[in-house]
Design a protein. Structure first.
Lengths: 317, 44
């Protein structure tokens, strides 16, 4: 252990280790996994259901910790990520790696032994997919990184469904497909007003590799596919009238914002938000990039609304 | 080690202790739940 690493270890706070788990991402994972678990047919012991969701959350957090450990150098170059524990030098890279690895093994083993091995296996696959395929292979090599890698974020409802039933039928994969198609417009909207950061870090996000105009077009095309697909659960019996209304109404707003973004000049000029704080940079953008910021912010609400509608209709009605 | 570093270490130690207790409780709970389910299945 070097002297620097010793100093880092001495200064680290428990909150740094919580931050390594990417709590914001984890909250979405918990929510979508819980929806998959509740929407799946049959009854599950409530305590076992809670343990399943906890394991899925821990597994997602472990993948986040591995990601931050492996990307500490590039995270340090970007405003949005430079405050992360490894990038900021508060937690040594090796500690973050060990932490992620231990949590990965613990969460997969507990889910496999306690619930079933299909769910445990899918959780393990998700961690390997995100930390291995996305972080190590795709992210720095192709502008399609977020398209292929986005599948990692789409697995939780399938894992939840598998935990409840021991199976992963096509209905579970329909929920997967919604998150899979949602990820590119969501991530590229953010990338349109953070392109300078990605370019500096050498990450070929779509606006950096193909330009802002092509990115805006691809966001619109993905949105045109996403919105009808998101209505499908309401047509095949997974969701009822509340889901149908949410998916159609919410989808139309999504399309409107994607169209406005397409017609805008968002991302055409490099962002000049250097003076903006790390957290504020997510939402405080220059005027011409506001349409990108609006779609980014709305996309989170849209996905939350879809899964909330499914959850409410299944659990309460 | 400075006083701040000693305090930070103490907080990390408490966090690790909490995580270990949670892990033990989880394993115990899962074991009881699985055993109960298996006994009920074999009795039925």
């Amino acid at each position: 252990m070097t002297e620097t690493t010793d100093k880092q270890t001495l200064a680290a706070e428990p909150s740094d280790y919580v931050q390594l788990l990417k709590p914001r991402v984890m909250s979405l994972v918990v929510f979508t996994a819980l929806t998959g678990l509740v929407v799946a047919p049959g009854e599950m012991n409530p305590l076992l259901a809670a343990i399943s969701v906890l394991c899925i959350a821990l597994g997602a957090g472990a993948a986040g910790a591995l990601n931050m450990a492996l990307e500490g150098d590039t995270d340090a170059l970007m405003r949005r990520t430079r405050g992360r524990p490894v990038a900021a030098g508060r937690v040594p890279r090796g500690d973050a790696l060990a932490y992620g690895a231990i949590l990965s093994v613990a969460s997969v083993t507990l889910l496999g032994l306690g619930v079933n091995w299909l769910a445990g296996g899918l959780l393990g696959l998700t961690i390997v997919y995100y930390a291995g395929l996305y972080t190590l292979v795709l992210k720095r090599r192709t502008p399609q990184n977020i398209v292929i890698g986005g599948a990692a974020g789409a697995f939780p409802p399938v894992i939840g469904w598998a935990a409840a039933t021991g199976e992963a039928p096509w209905q579970a994969w329909l929920l997967f497909l919604i998150i899979f198609l949602w990820t590119p417009p969501h991530s590229w909207a953010l990338a349109l007003y953070s392109a300078g950061d990605y370019a500096k870090a050498g990450i070929p996000m779509m606006p950096v590799a193909r330009g802002a105009r092509s990115t805006r077009l691809q966001i619109l095309l993905y949105s045109l596919v996403l919105v009808p697909v998101a209505v499908l659960p309401g047509l095949v019996g997974l969701g009822g009238p509340i889901y149908l209304a949410t998916s159609i109404g919410g989808g139309l707003v999504f399309l409107l914002l994607a169209w406005r973004l397409f017609r805008s000049r968002a991302g055409d000029q490099p962002d000049k938000a250097e003076a903006v704080g790390r957290e504020a940079a997510l939402y405080d953008v220059r005027a011409e990039a506001k349409s990108a910021r609006n779609l980014f912010a709305y996309s989170i609400l849209y996905l939350f609304g879809l899964f909330a509608a499914l959850l409410i209709e299944t659990a309460l009605l | 080690m400075t006083e701040d570093e000693i305090a930070a270490r103490k907080r990390r130690n408490w966090a690790i202790a909490g995580a270990l207790v949670l892990f033990v409780v989880l394993v115990f709970t899962i074991t009881v739940l699985r055993m109960t389910a298996n006994i009920a299945a074999s009795a039925g």
